[in-house]
Write a protein that binds this ligand. Structure first.
Ligand code: MN
Ligand code: MN
Length: 463
């Protein structure tokens, strides 16, 4: 096996950013220090003037996702290829339980769609939509099989689980080493508002946002925090979008609860004003985009450690499928592509504009998802023995984000025209260069399924 040496870059290590050389051998990081003292090799990657990061982890993507009668544009090849071009070396997708079906079947089905197609390593969350007694019994064996995270919805008829099932699930996971991750919105408030607006003929994209005001998210987060707290079960809120959500998370942390939240790239840079645009329906996602005050609160939460992860919730529905709802916002498939956009946004908007440290950016996009979802220290860190999943970022490179620069197969880019400074230029997956100068040079099917195991003691320290 050839050795590779990355030289001259500023690497973000657990101890902080530092000018070091990195030796790669047999898919792993084999040495960190000065090249001359590490090993002999002919294979050099010059990273002078560049920043070397642990490959990003996106624990929230939906590839080949079926929703509202349509299917996402990204499949496991095109989705992971775009991810790799954005500096991502691991994704975690969702295995959706069918009504009456088992979790094991759902995982097997999703693996059959992903294996042989992914270009980077991947894991799966088990998504529970029908919490039968048999499924509750299955939870512990699924955890042991390497899928220790369970996604539930508190909204959407046919998918949501009720509070009784939630409590029963927390009971299973808290004893077995599992983490419940929740799409938190109050179904009944949103449903009532939606029906009222539609009855009044208020069908435009803005009414999607108005039918899901902040309290829809905040109430659901508060309820989940209470239920989980009752059983001392850890929980994780996906795509948190509101300032109220941050306050609840602050409160949970203050009480010492193992409470975690992520937000997504788009909630950090877009407001609900986009729903007034002519193409407003393309931005219909749930929860909806919010106000500038919410954006500021989310950045504060990232700084202070009440929000621990930034993901993308990539759900790449085509403009054509979005147009199913051109006359009524409730007919629009919810979701936007974004898997490639996170690193440039976090570096440019976070590190350069808002004073987020490089180290904190790495925690939010790589180390924390690795810790919380049972991939650490194989992933999420530059240290000897870890997988050589690395991304090299050119901190000077200026890019105007949009359809011209993206590798996503979408026909609409939510951040079209956003100018960023700093862009990933090279990605290595287990030591192999798969993106070079922004061009994908990897191979379909090279990614592997990851068996994960969550360490309950370690996640308590995640901020
Ligand atoms: Mn969701
Ligand atoms: Mn999602």
């Amino acid at each position: 096996m050839a050795r590779t040496m990355i030289t001259g870059g500023k690497a973000v290590l657990p101890t902080g950013a530092q000018q070091v050389d990195i030796l790669i051998e047999n898919e792993k990081i084999a040495g960190i220090g000065q090249a001359s003292s590490l090993a002999q090799t002919d294979n050099w990657i010059d990273a002078k003037g560049q920043i070397v990061l642990p490959g990003l982890i996106d624990m929230h993507v939906h590839f080949l996702d079926r929703f509202m009668g349509t299917i996402s544009l990204h499949d496991f090849f095109t989705g992971t290829r775009a991810a790799a071009c954005g500096g991502v070396t691991t994704i975690i997708d969702f295995a959706n339980q069918k009504k009456g079906g088992s979790l094991a079947d759902a995982i097997e089905h999703k693996r059959s769609e992903a294996d042989g197609h992914v270009v980077i390593d991947y894991g799966l969350h088990a998504e529970i939509t029908d919490p039968t007694p048999a499924v509750m019994k299955e939870v512990r064996s699924i955890i042991k099989a390497g899928v220790p995270s369970f996604k539930v919805y508190t909204i959407y008829e046919g998918m949501m689980v009720d509070d009784g099932a939630l409590l029963a699930l927390f009971e299973q996971t808290s004893r077995g080493g599992g983490l419940v991750i929740v799409h938190a919105e109050n179904n009944f408030i949103a449903d009532r508002l939606r029906r009222e607006y539609l009855r009044e003929g208020k069908t435009g994209a803005m009414y999607h946002a108005l039918s899901k005001p902040n309290i829809v998210e905040a109430e659901a987060i508060g309820r989940i925090a209470y239920l989980a707290g009752h059983l001392k079960a850890p929980f994780y809120i996906v795509h948190m979008s509101t300032r109220e959500g941050r306050q609840i998370m602050q409160h949970c942390r203050h009480k010492g609860q193992a409470a975690f939240a992520e937000t997504c790239t788009h909630y950090l840079c877009l407001t609900d004003s986009v729903y007034r645009r002519r193409d407003g329906i393309n931005y219909i996602i749930s929860p909806p985009l919010r106000k500038q005050e919410d954006i500021e609160a989310l950045w504060e939460g990232l700084h202070e450690g009440t929000i621990s992860v930034v993901s993308t919730d990539d759900a790449s529905f085509s403009v054509e499928s979005k147009r199913m709802g051109k006359d009524s916002f409730d007919k629009v498939p919810n979701g936007m592509a974004g898997v490639e956009l996170r690193l440039p946004v976090m570096f440019s908007e976070g590190v350069l504009k808002r004073g987020l440290s490089l180290e904190r950016m790495v925690e939010l996009t790589s180390t924390n998802p690795a810790r919380l979802f049972g991939l650490f220290p194989q992933k999420g860190v530059i240290q000897v023995g870890s997988d050589a999943d690395l991304v090299i970022l050119d901190p000077q490179k200026k890019v105007k984000l949009g359809m011209k620069t993206t590798h996503m197969v979408t026909d609409f880019c939510s951040l079209e025209g956003l100018r960023v400074t700093g862009y990933p230029v090279m990605t290595l997956s287990r030591g192999k260069v798969i993106v070079e100068n922004g061009k994908f040079v990897g191979r379909q099917g090279e990614g592997r399924f990851l068996h994960r195991k969550i360490d309950f003691n370690a996640i308590r320290n995640v901020r």
